[in-house]
Design a protein around this ligand. Structure first.
Ligand code: NAP
Ligand code: SF4
Length: 667
């Protein structure tokens, strides 16, 4: 008997029966843009082989003006149909089903030819869209319908019409972006005319048997967004127009409320899917911050949805469903919702991959083949780099011994998991621990390995990580390091944090939260971010009401710029906003003069200043911990140095895991 009977139950959508209720949600990976369709096919085929019920592709532009960026991939007929056919054939060969998402970006299209309901610029784009006339609207509808017909010709089982996240169709729905006075604007019947007409025409283009998913925005999280009554009215109209199933979207891209970041509580918005479900007769799919089979199963068992969409978890582990079905859920590599290797890459125009799974989108190039000749491999350091290298090497058949002076695996991840909003790191460390045991890796924890312990191995991997940089500030013996603080050292009510990198921000969040993480208290989280109820406030926005900070915190850096510029592209704003809400004073251009009983003395704009802190915390970056590497070299033992021990300046888990995996794949 499976632990996930609801998740693994089949679901019939019109003429097609899916093997389970797991949808791999749409993600733009930039893979199509490489032009290597063999690689695109391998990516999706791996997910189909891993058992997912239905895949939705990344958004495909129906025309030039609707592409998210100039040259965004689409399905433009001719050779394109052959390319897409390689993908659908590969997925079908694995017993999977796949729908193509049709994504018209409207005013979010990053180009001067963008179009929308009204000529109103989005705050996240420099381009003012052109207001479409009647003929222009008809062209967009026709292009979307043509894309649907081509999708069928390319072998897709259906399409998803992207109607949420503030894209083109969503822009017609709300007064915020639709100021029209013709029959496409004004009353809601007019504003919803476009999405309903699109669904009607797409259904006609697809024929009766194909799956038509409509992605509906349940809560826009923008001013003058849709009311709940309007959401329900649209859902019913879209059903009547021919949709087979409703997928749900949360928040526009320009919303100032995080919706998928790691600090968002798990399944934070599923209650809205539950509220929609009884209003329609077609199935509804829930989404956002669902990353384990347990959470997904519970949502279905509670009747909150008919199907669960997960997107990033399928980057982290293509075999998510197969492992859950086989009772091996502890082996699922967890998506920690960090965005570091997926969305941050996508928005930087780089190929998507995954922090915990460097093979994502690199399936044809990074291969973990069985080792031709098993070797004895020593790995020193059980942080992300060492763990990943040990796991890949052991998975390939090598005999691996893992050393760490700490009693626990995880390295700096064990500090990160103490930070409010980073609870997902617990799951990541748990996964590493379980995999180390499953793969039969010999562990020597709680012991310092030195040169003589490492003699006799065929390969030695040094992943000893980093040591905090000494900033050399007079009086710093009075200060604490971030390690002390995250391990629970007592801290005063007024705190100066020296260094505003990733760790400085983390420590500031830890200090102002005072032990209460909104991520595990969804009501508190909604109050902090101003998430209301779309039934009482259009768009679901409320006034944010953050709890008072547990401490007064100053976050300082020497660079004469706003702190936080180096944080992740898609998450940096969340960290800055979270600290601003807790009245953290973020100061750039500081030089540190001394630490005394009165606090931290700095000079800023040429003026001396006292920060009256009871505690000063040092988060001034890292240096490689290379002592062992140097001693091995002196003893004539060749070693591979990876992770922070190699390059501390770029210390991050994404780079460490990738480097560890690639090294181990080559041994
Ligand atoms: P970091 O990001 O390199 O930041 C170091 C901070 O220390 C900077 O603010 C730097 O700013 C300051 N600093 C450098 N030298 C200094 C000196 N001699 N005296 C005083 N201040 C000095 O390093 P980190 O914060 O330790 O984080 C390490 C890595 O962990 C990050 O790069 C990141 O990859 C990862 N991480 C990421 C996150 C995340 O949110 N994604 C969170 C935690 C950790 P100034 O030079 O301007 O003073
Ligand atoms: Fe999840 Fe981070 Fe991987 Fe993206 S990079 S899929 S958010 S673990």
């Amino acid at each position: 008997m499976t632990q996930y009977p609801h998740l693994l139950a089949p679901l019939t959508l019109g003429a097609i029966t899916l093997r389970n209720r797991v949808l791999m949600g749409s993600m733009h990976t930039n893979l199509e843009e490489t032009g290597d369709w063999g690689r695109v096919a391998a990516f999706y085929a791996a997910r189909a082989r891993g058992g997912v019920g239905l895949i939705v592709t990344g958004g495909m532009a129906p025309n030039r003006e609707g592409g998210v960026f100039p040259g965004a991939s689409g399905l433009h007929g001719g050779k394109d149909i052959e390319n897409h056919r390689r993908v659908t054939d590969a997925v079908h060969a694995e017993g999977g089903r796949i729908a193509m998402q049709i994504l018209h970006a409207g005013r979010y299209a990053y180009g001067k030819d963008c179009v929308s309901a009204s000529a109103i610029k989005s705050p996240i784009s420099p381009f003012v869209p052109r207001e479409l006339d009647e003929e222009g609207i008809e062209k967009q509808i026709a292009d979307i319908a043509t894309a649907a017909a081509r999708a069928r010709a390319a072998g897709y089982d259906g399409v998803e019409v992207m109607g949420s996240e503030g894209y083109f169709l969503n822009q017609f729905l709300v007064r915020h972006t639709n100021h029209r006075t013709d029959h496409w604007g004004g009353a809601y019947e007019n504003r919803m005319r476009l999405p309903v007409e699109v669904v009607r025409r797409v259904r006609a283009a697809l024929g009766p048997e194909a799956i038509l998913i409509y992605r509906i925005s349940l809560i826009d999280l923008i001013p003058s967004g849709s009311t709940w009554d309007e959401v329900v009215q649209l859902a019913r109209a879209v059903e009547a127009a021919g949709a087979s199933v409703l997928n749900t979207g949360i928040g526009w891209h320009e919303a100032r409320v995080p919706t998928i970041a790691t600090s968002v509580p798990r399944a934070a918005f599923a209650h809205l899917t539950a509220r929609l479900r009884p209003e329609v007769s077609i199935p509804v799919i829930t989404s956002n911050r669902i990353n384990t089979p347990e959470v997904a199963e519970a949502l279905l068992a509670d009747g909150q949805a008919d199907m669960v969409s997960m997107a990033r978890p399928f980057l982290a582990d293509p075999d998510f469903v197969a492992k859950a079905a086989a009772g091996r859920a502890s082996e699922i590599a967890p998506c920690i919702a960090c965005n570091q290797a997926c969305l941050d890459h996508t928005f930087a125009g780089k190929l998507t991959t995954c922090l915990v799974n460097p093979r994502a989108c690199h399936e044809t190039e990074l291969i973990y083949a069985p080792a031709a000749a098993p070797k004895r491999i020593a790995v020193v350091g059980a942080g992300p780099a060492g763990l990943m290298s040990a796991m890949v090497a052991a998975g390939r058949g090598h005999s691996v011994t893992l050393f760490d002076r700490a009693a626990e695996v995880g390295g700096q991840l064990n500090l990160a998991k103490q930070v409010p909003g980073k609870e997902e790191f617990h799951g990541l460390v748990d996964w590493f621990r379980a995999e180390v045991a499953r793969l039969g890796i010999t562990t020597w924890l709680g012991q310092t390995a030195d040169v003589r312990d490492l003699q006799g191995f065929d390969e030695v991997i040094v992943a000893t990580g980093v040591a905090p940089r000494d900033p050399g500030i007079p009086g710093q013996e009075r200060a604490l390091s971030y390690i002390d603080v995250l391990r629970g050292a007592p801290v005063g009510k007024r705190v100066a944090v020296i260094g505003a990198g990733g760790i400085g921000f983390d420590v500031a969040e830890f200090l102002v939260a005072g032990g209460h993480s909104p991520t595990v208290a969804p009501d508190l989280w909604r109050r902090e971010w101003g998430v209301g109820d779309p039934a009482t406030s259009p768009g679901g926005l409320a006034d944010p009401a953050p709890e008072p900070p547990a401490r007064a915190v100053w976050l300082l850096q020497r660079k004469p710029e706003k702190p936080g510029r180096g944080l992740g592209k898609t998450t940096g704003w969340i960290h800055r906003a979270a600290l601003a809400a807790k009245r953290v004073k973020m100061l750039g251009g500081c030089s540190y003069d001394r630490i005394s009983e009165e606090g931290l003395w700095i000079t800023r704009d040429g003026q001396p200043e006292l920060i009256p802190a009871d505690t000063v915390v040092l988060c001034a970056g890292q240096l490689p911990e290379r002592g062992l590497a140097d001693r091995l070299a002196a003893a004539g033992i060749a070693a591979h140095v990876i992770g922070g021990a190699d390059v501390a300046a770029e210390l991050d888990a994404k780079r460490a895991i990738n480097q560890g995996a690639r090294l181990a794949a080559s041994l």
